[in-house]
Design a protein around this ligand. Structure first.
Ligand code: DX5
Ligand code: ZN
Length: 218
């Protein structure tokens, strides 16, 4: 929550999966506050990534909270599997095809809380901040995308900066930002009101994870 300083959540999408356990341990030792896991279904986004078995392996290798970003059209079908695997927060997209109905989205966020996870709500770069407003009372974590979801290593979209500022005007909880975050864009997002910075490439492609995390934290 606000007041605790900035939290860094390295995105494992950019790690070396052949050495998953070591990567998780190294980035944790380097100061990661959370670990961000990108789950993609090939429908909501064109890419496919990892599921509960990978989350289970990450859980065994680490003790920090696992921040699961569900880029899925029907995320609700997998909540239990990710919880059993060790998830701490489950973030859904408000554009997901099975969550288009506002009442369904509300029930879905409530169901995440009911199973004991933090309920996260994310929006794509093209979605206006206003779309999120009716759900903020049942959201524990907002995730503002600063790239089009689907792939790591993309360029930061600056339109995400005023969006964070706008949401911060309405919301006191955690605001996380994801996509193209490095020391420079991270600072812009912190100044706009974000308090959780997700970063893949800028940490896992850096020579020192510790230095990279320190630079992003600022
Ligand atoms: C993109 C993912 C991001 C991605 C960020 O769909 O949600 O978490 O891993 O990667 P970088 O930091 O490389 O932009
Ligand atoms: Zn992500």
């Amino acid at each position: 929550m606000l007041g605790k300083g900035v939290l860094i959540s390295p995105s494992l999408l950019a790690c070396d999966f052949g050495r998953l356990k070591e990567e998780v341990q190294m980035v944790q030792e380097a100061g990661a506050d959370w670990l961000h896991v990108d789950v993609m279904d090939g429908h909501f986004v064109p890419n496919l990534t990892m599921g509960p078995v990978v989350v289970e392996a990450v859980r065994k290798a680490s003790r920090v909270p696992l921040d699961i970003h569900l880029m899925l059209d029907r995320p609700q079908d997998y909540f239990k599997a990710f919880m059993d695997a060790g998830a701490d927060s489950l973030t859904v997209h408000l554009e997901a095809s099975a969550l288009k109905e506002p009442s369904t989205l509300r029930e879905t966020l409530e169901s995440i809380r009911k199973i004991g996870a933090r309920a996260g709500l994310s929006l794509r770069p093209k979605t206006a901040a206003e779309a999120m407003k009716p759900f903020l009372d049942i959201t524990d974590l907002v995730l503002v995308m600063s790239v089009e979801p689907g792939f790591g290593g993309q360029a930061f979209i600056p339109e995400a900066i005023p969006k964070v500022r706008q949401i911060r005007g309405w919301y006191q909880g955690d605001i996380s930002v994801d996509g193209g975050i490095n020391a420079e864009t991270g600072k812009l997002m912190k100044d706009a009101g974000a308090n959780v910075l997700v970063a893949g490439t800028s940490i896992f492609r850096a020579p020192s994870y510790k230095e990279a995390i320190r630079a992003i934290r600022g």
